[in-house]
Design a protein around this ligand. Structure first.
Ligand code: C2E
Ligand code: CA
Ligand code: CA
Length: 572
């Protein structure tokens, strides 16, 4: 806003204009002039003055008409208008007031009085404008422009207010954190405008399910939150029903550019004061619960639990430590021998590479403590590359000593999703000089849930290089076995759970026998994992399983130990 008040003086009479100029200029106003009605309207619209002094009698358009038009224009309707007239009769005054003028002054006017009125009106108007812009700023700071819903700021403020009230009367309340799924695809396929329309529709639906006194907020992008009213009792069942209600209204079909769309959502719930004493804490915990709901896929909603927070925090710490571990070479490779199963003597034919983390504070960590975090954070990609490179380096060292071992490396499905995965494998092979026909990659059934064509291509390219492919943990994941026919694989590793319960679970022995037969029909080599007893080994030999791996033979060990083993194995 300019620091001077602006006054538009509309009068066709130059003498009248000059008189007003001389009177008002010394008071520091910015004066603008118009000589007829249309010019007055144009300038008023353009310059939004703080006051219009309007002559009644003007050519082309009378002052009354100008006044009426100003009032009819929504952006100008609030402008203060004072009409100045040569007539002093009551009728003209009334006409002016009816046309919408705030005041009608008759000529000749009392100069002191006019100055005083002008000052009062312009001041009031500036004050009103200040309030308006403060209101606008407030809206910007506290409301979401697209949906008009309170934003995160205002939500946090309202939660804090409720916490203050609740402390006095021991009441409780809940915070629902709602995340829409599928919006990204809508934005990508139908465009952002349609995405925005969907958001508005969803926010209206959610709004219809809110009671008065509840706050529905748009937190960010595709995330909403509902703050419930305070209450003396909140039962878990009520809250679960409520969460289900959000999920149900969201998943009702939507129509958007003639497409029927169904969105889904996840809901996290946190309760005051069980799950947090501050607004930020409640908010963060509802968010954590929401992320958990997304992971678990069982219900669409989850209540916050302390364990979640612990896990989330631990994961976060672990993730940053793991990132450094990869850079600082804190990872170590262990190797577990694979033995050709034979009645008289089992010889080592290969090793499976199993990563360990020499953690600076916690000692040697097994993969179950960090592989999941590596997968969730994407760190599995540099980790996997590190493992492959070091495994090949070790392999070539052994080869140079005369041990031609097959090296089996675990590869996460995420590594296959990288577009340059094949290039990485090739460059590691070139760099280390390791013979690809001695390399086996262990992949899991989850890989086959992805796009067939792409997987077919990349698996084909790997096999062309001479690399062997093994299907790991067979029998635990994907139910359809069609992929075994569609993809050319070399080895099938029967999951250790089948071997562990071989003689415990009824039918397991038959099942394992069936798997071995099936694999052999498909010309796949079979490996039994987790062989711990002689009884298991004997059974596996009897049914023709080719290779065994397990604590009965050897535990995973560092390279130096394996080297000694190999020497003895050769000698024996
Ligand atoms: P996996 O591929 O199924 O590896 C076999 C796991 O079974 C190893 O656990 C091994 O120590 C364990 N094991 C072997 N024989 C026996 C036995 O007789 N009894 C019992 N109870 N367990 C046995 P480990 O080393 O803790 O590895 C766990 C998992 O971590 C591996 O399961 C694999 O999925 C993953 N992993 C390990 N290294 C890597 C890696 O470099 N990259 C990726 N993506 N995953 C890895
Ligand atoms: Ca494996
Ligand atoms: Ca396995």
């Amino acid at each position: 806003m300019p620091d001077k008040s602006t006054i538009l003086i509309a009068d066709d009479d130059i003498v009248a204009r000059m008189a007003l100029e001389m009177l008002l200029e010394p008071d520091g106003y910015e004066l603008i002039f118009a000589t007829d009605g249309p010019e007055a309207l144009e300038k008023a619209e353009k310059l939004l003055p703080d006051l219009i002094l309007l002559d009644v009698i003007m050519p082309t358009m009378q002052g009354f008409e100008v006044c009426r038009r100003l009032r009819a224009n929504p952006t100008l309707a609030d402008l203060p208008i004072v009409m100045i007239t040569g007539f002093s009769n009551r009728e003209t005054r009334l006409q002016g007031i009816e046309a919408g003028a705030d005041d009608v002054i008759s000529k000749p006017y009392d100069q002191v009085e006019l100055r005083a009125r002008v000052r009062t009106i312009t001041r009031l108007n500036r004050y009103r404008r200040l309030l308006d812009s403060a209101e606008k700023l407030n809206r910007l700071a506290n409301y979401d422009a697209l949906t008009n819903l309170p934003n995160r700021n205002l939500l946090i403020e309202r939660i804090t207010q409720q916490i203050n009230h609740s402390q006095h009367n021991n009441q409780v309340f809940a915070l629902f954190y709602i995340e829409l799924r599928g919006l990204k695809q809508i934005n990508e396929t139908l465009g952002r405008i349609e995405g925005d329309t969907v958001l508005k529709q969803i926010s209206q639906r959610l709004g219809h399910c809110c009671d008065a006194g509840e706050t529905l907020a748009r937190v960010v992008g595709n995330e909403f939150a509902v703050l419930t009213q305070m209450s003396n009792v909140l039962t878990e069942q009520n809250l679960a029903d409520r969460a289900q209600q959000w999920l149900d209204v969201i998943s009702m079909p939507l129509f958007c550019s003639q497409h029927e769309i169904i969105l889904h959502a996840n809901v996290g719930i946190s309760l005051y004061s069980n799950d947090g004493k501050t607004a930020e804490e409640l908010f963060k915990h509802a968010d954590t619960a929401k992320s958990r709901a997304k992971l678990q896929k069982r219900h669409g909603y989850q209540f916050f639990t302390v364990q979640m927070n612990d896990t989330a925090l631990k994961h976060l710490v672990l993730q940053s430590q793991l990132r450094r571990a990869i850079e600082n070479d804190e990872l170590v490779l262990y190797f577990q021998p694979l033995l050709e199963l034979n009645q008289d003597h089992c010889t080592i034919s290969g090793v499976e590479v199993l990563v360990r983390w020499q953690h600076p504070d916690r000692g040697l960590l097994c993969p179950n403590e960090f592989i999941q975090v590596a997968e969730q954070s994407g760190l599995i990609i540099p980790l996997g590359e590190w493992v492959l490179r070091h495994a090949c380096q070790q392999g070539i060292l052994w080869q140079q000593q005369g041990f031609n071992l097959r090296i089996s490396v675990n590869v996460s499905s995420l590594q296959f999703k990288q577009t340059n995965w094949l290039k990485i494998v090739k460059s590691i092979l070139e760099e280390t000089g390791f013979d690809p026909t001695f390399l086996e990659l262990e992949i899991t059934e989850s890989l086959f849930l992805q796009d067939d064509k792409y997987i077919l291509e990349i698996l084909g390219d790997l096999r062309k290089l001479g690399i062997r492919l093994a299907i790991d943990d067979f029998g635990t994941g994907y139910s359809s076995l069609g992929y075994l026919r569609r993809f050319r694989l070399d080895t099938l590793k029967i999951d250790q759970s089948f071997i562990r319960d071989l003689f415990i679970e009824p039918y397991n022995a038959e099942l394992v026998q069936g798997i071995v037969t099936l694999a052999h029909n498909l010309h796949l080599e079979t490996v039994a994992e987790g062989v711990e007893t002689c009884e298991q080994k004997d059974f596996l030999i009897k049914i023709g399983c080719n290779i065994g791996q397990g604590f009965l033979f050897y535990q995973p060990r560092p390279a130096s130990v394996i080297e000694n083993l190999l020497k003895n194995n050769l000698l024996s």
